[in-house]
Structures are given as C-alpha cells and as structure tokens.
Design a protein around this ligand. Structure first.
Ligand SMILES: NC(=O)C1=CN([C@@H]2O[C@H](COP(=O)(O)OP(=O)(O)OC[C@H]3O[C@@H](n4cnc5c(N)ncnc54)[C@H](OP(=O)(O)O)[C@@H]3O)[C@@H](O)[C@H]2O)C=CC1
Ligand SMILES: O=C(O)C1=N[C@H](C(=O)O)C[C@H](O)C1
Length: 268
C-alpha cells in the first residue's frame, strides 16, 4: 500500500493552482461487510487516499507506518477499544462505526484524548443520514406520546443485540420523556416469557429481530389515545452509510476531542 500523502504545495510550477493534499485514510476491519464498502468508497473519492487496510490478524502498526491521518474502524465491540487506544496514541484521527459504546467506554476515550488536544474521534452508532434523522424525529416526538417502543431488525450475522442505533434511540427518547416529566409508559404485563417485552433501555422496551434478507432497519412506535405514530428507516444496502462515513473522514481533522454521532457534522 502507498504511504504518507504529499506535503502541501499550494502553487505548482508554472503558476497553476495545485490540488489540495489528499487525506490519507486507513481502514480497520477492511475485509468485513462494512470495511469492504468503506475501502471502495475511499478509493473512489478524489480527495482521499487509501493507505492501509487492516483486518483480524494484521499488524495494527501498518496504519501508522503508512502515514494514515484518519482511521475508519468497523471491527467488533471486543477489539475497538484497543484500536482506538493505539490510534489516539499515534495522533491519528478516528472515525468509528463499531458498536458497543456505553457511557463508561466514552469516558475512557475522552480521557485518552486529554493529552492529545489535536486529535479528533467521532463515534457514531449510525452513519446513515436517514437513521440520524429518525433518531432526531423520535427525540422531538417523544414528549407527545405516553408509550414508545423501539424495534430494530437486522441481518442474522450481527453479533450484538440490540443494535447500537436502537440503544441510542431509546436513550434519546428516554431523556426527552424525562425532560417532559412523562410517567413510565402504561404496561399491565405481570406474566411474560423471558424477553417477551424486549430489553429495557432506560424504561424504553427495545426489540431485536434477526432475519435472513435484511440489512439494517428500525421502527420507533409511539402511541397516544386513539392514535399511533410509526417512524421507520431502512438501510437496504451498506452504501447507505457511506456519505456519512466520508463526511466524517473529511471533517474529523477539524473536530478535536470526542464527538458522539454525526449530527453536528450535518448541522443538526
Ligand atoms: N455506525 C454504523 O453506521 C454502522 C455500524 N456497524 C457496526 O460495525 C461493526 C462491524 O460490522 P460488520 O462490518 O457488519 O461486521 P463484520 O464482522 O463483517 O466485519 C468486522 C471485521 O473486522 C475484523 N476484525 C476483527 N478483529 C479485528 C482487529 N483486531 N483488527 C482489525 N479487524 C478486525 C473481522 O474479522 P473476523 O471476521 O475474522 O473477526 C471482520 O472482517 C459492528 O459493530 C456493526 O454493528 C455496521 C454498519 C453500520
Ligand atoms: O451491524 C450492523 O449491520 C449495523 N450496526 C449498527 C448498529 O448496531 O446500530 C448500525 C446499523 O444498524 C447496522
């Protein structure tokens, strides 16, 4: 793989304006479902240069040796923290789509960033623009409905449940309900098989479906007297995540510190 991007050169010989230097990008989890798509998207972008592809068993140092300025991580919840620690120590900006980040993990990453004030890390449970908007709409609508439940539906190869997106959606909805002073949602269930009412995320039931043929889908169901509101988002193809990933790759060098979600990159 090629190495460090060329040094800035604003004026080429002969007075013609030179192209701005390309951002050197390394991909972690490069042979996975998302990593494969990211590699294609970075390769196709004129302003980005793919300098390293690392997967399970490869040497993580490759990204530093190759001069990566930004690393994109779509690996696994059990390895992503080690990857982040290494990249932050190396002064490499990180765009992270891997799931599994709770408050404790986020606090740890923020702590690692303290001695590296120029380094940016964005951790986004979902890079799909539609999914980000669904989360925002759910947050806005939550205070008007006594009941809210989340249903996420994914391909059967997904290792974590519920999805990172569903957990974040539920937390945002729960926070909006708390701010509005809503009581717990009505639910008379006293007798249930384990799991029948889903996972409890801050009082919001979250149900996970795994089905051959699906990619990534989510519904937020809200109910009030005599009406329901259903918000639904579907990622039919992993290409749906790429505009958000590329936006984050281009932005993260200007966003030192820890950012959660790409909402602020989208002006939301
Ligand atoms: N934020 C978002 O928008 C999205 C997030 N995701 C999340 O991204 C993550 C990856 O999803 P997906 O691509 O479907 O999963 P895959 O299992 O297809 O890809 C993960 C890849 O990472 C590899 N890997 C494992 N350990 C390491 C390591 N230490 N260093 C480098 N690579 C490693 C895996 O290898 P091996 O198979 O050998 O373990 C695999 O090739 C999940 O957490 C998923 O939830 C997914 C889609 C969108
Ligand atoms: O594993 C997946 O596929 C996805 N993971 C993310 C999540 O857990 O929210 C994002 C999207 O749902 C696809």
């Amino acid at each position: 793989m090629t190495t460090t991007p060329s040094a800035p050169d604003h004026q080429a010989a002969g007075g013609e304006a030179a192209e701005p230097p390309r951002i050197a990008v390394g991909v972690l989890g490069a042979r996975g479902r998302m990593g494969t798509e990211v590699v294609k998207a970075v390769d196709a972008a004129d302003d980005l240069e793919l300098v390293a592809m690392v997967d399970d068993g490869d040497w993580l140092f490759n990204v530093a040796d190759a001069g990566a300025q930004v690393v994109v991580d779509f690996t696994r919840p059990d390895v992503v923290m080690d990857n982040l620690r290494f990249c932050i120590d190396q002064g490499i900006h990180c765009v992270v789509g891997t799931t599994g980040f709770d408050e404790q993990r986020l606090a740890t990453v923020a702590q690692w960033l303290e001695p590296k004030p120029d380094v940016g890390v964005v951790i986004a449970p979902n890079f799909g623009i539609g999914a980000v908007l669904l989360m925002r709409f759910a947050q806005e609508a939550a205070r008007f409905f006594p009941s809210t439940e989340v249903v996420e539906l994914h391909h059967p190869n997904k290792v974590d449940a519920p999805s990172g997106t569903a957990v974040r959606t539920a937390r945002l909805v729960a926070a909006a309900r708390r701010s509005a002073g809503l009581p717990p949602a009505p639910d008379a269930t006293t007798d249930a098989l384990p799991g029948a009412r889903g996972a409890d995320v801050e009082g919001i039931p979250v149900h996970a479906v795994r089905l051959t043929g699906l990619v990534a889908h989510q519904e937020v169901l809200m109910g009030a007297a005599g009406e329901t509101l259903t918000l639904r988002h579907d990622s039919f193809d992993r290409a749906s995540f790429m505009p958000g990933v590329l936006l984050a790759v281009r932005e993260i060098g200007r966003r030192p510190g820890l950012t959660v979600g790409i909402e602020s990159f989208l002006g939301l």
